[in-house]
Every structure is written in C-alpha cells, then in structure tokens.
Write a protein of this length. Structure first.
Length: 203
C-alpha cells in the first residue's frame, strides 16, 4: 500500500501586492526629491560662491530641514519655533553670530527679539518658555526674551524666559540671566548680577 504524496505549498515570495508597490514608489520618490534638492543646493552654492561653514549650514537647513530661522544658523545649533525669532535682517553682525556661533540653543516658544548690533559667542542659550509643572508636555506663556541693541553676550551664557536686556549691556561668559536688566551694565554669575554699571554704550 503506497503512501499518498503530500503536496507541499511553498511560500510565493515573488508576489508583490499593490500596497507594497505603493510603499516602494513613495520611497523612491522621496529619495529622488532629496537628490534633486541636494543638486539644486550644490548649484546655488557654486553659483553664489557659498563654501565651507556657510555651505554646511545651508545643507543642515534645507536638506535635513533643521535649524529653520529667519537667517542661517550654525549647523551644530538647535532652533525651536524659529518663526518666532525676530532679527534685523540687514544687520551683518547679528547674522554672523547666528552663522558662526556653534552649539547655541534658540527656544522661541514665546518669542525671541534681537536688536541691532547684538553679538554672542558659542554655546549661548536663549530660552523663552518654561515647561508647565502640571503638564510637562506644555509650555507656560511668557513675554518674549528681548535683547536690546548692541548687547554683547559671552560664550555659554543662558538667557531665561521673560528676560529683557537693555542697550549696550555685556553678559559675561557662563552667566545665567534670570531677570531683566537695564542698559549699560556688565552681568556675571549664576544667577547673573551686576558687577559694573554705567559703561560706555556702543552706538
């Protein structure tokens, strides 16, 4: 009495469903979009002679979609709510600080307003909103951080929510500014305090 042959059903790996084809096409279109965008940036960079750090900042902003602000920022910086940052677009010094000062943090949930002639070093943190203790996913409303004209901010300084700095003031490296100060003062420490007053205000 012979044994009946069992038919073995092999998996059919060659069959592609419409859903899989749709996913593959979408992935290919996304890759094509990124390639075209990158080539366009290369063309514009070559035409307008954008090289070195400026080019790296461009790639970070336009290819990876990061650090979007009114002006190009350093590729190591982090920008949150960049549409709420207000700067004088014709001020080259302010633009240079954004572009050249690395590892800065711009959190503009409640707005950041930067005046003419402001300069700052690497690692500066502009923080315009605190988390809500009752719901850490939310931020508390506050007036914007306002940096007056011709303020100089040293490396690693931290500007906290609601702070306004008056014209021509200087914030020392590593200072943590927790409250507002008027014009023409030098600040240092954590929390920041006045160590010198009535300095000559740059015009």
């Amino acid at each position: 009495m012979g044994l009946a042959k069992r038919s073995i059903r092999r998996p059919r790996f060659g069959i592609m469903t419409p859903e899989i084809w749709t996913i593959i096409i979408l992935i290919l279109l996304y890759i094509l979009y990124q390639v075209v965008k990158y080539l366009l940036i290369l063309y514009l960079a070559r035409r307008y002679k954008i090289t070195g750090l400026r080019f790296l900042n461009w790639v970070t902003r336009w290819i990876f979609g990061q650090n979007k602000a009114p002006v190009p920022v350093h590729w190591t910086a982090q920008v949150i709510a960049g549409d709420k940052i207000t700067v004088p677009l014709d001020d080259q010094g302010v633009k240079n600080s954004f572009a050249w000062s690395g590892n800065c943090y711009y959190q503009a949930k409640n707005g950041i307003e930067i005046g003419r002639g402001v300069i700052w070093g690497p690692g500066v943190k502009f923080i315009s909103a605190n988390h809500d203790p009752a719901d850490m996913a939310q931020h508390l409303p506050e007036v914007p951080v306002i940096i007056g004209p011709n303020v100089w901010i040293g490396a690693g300084a931290v500007i906290l929510p609601g702070v306004e700095i008056g014209q021509g003031s200087i914030i020392g490296a590593g200072a943590v500014v927790t409250k507002s100060f008027g014009p023409g003062v030098v600040l240092a420490g954590n929390p920041a305090r006045i160590i010198k007053q009535n300095i000559n205000i740059r015009s």
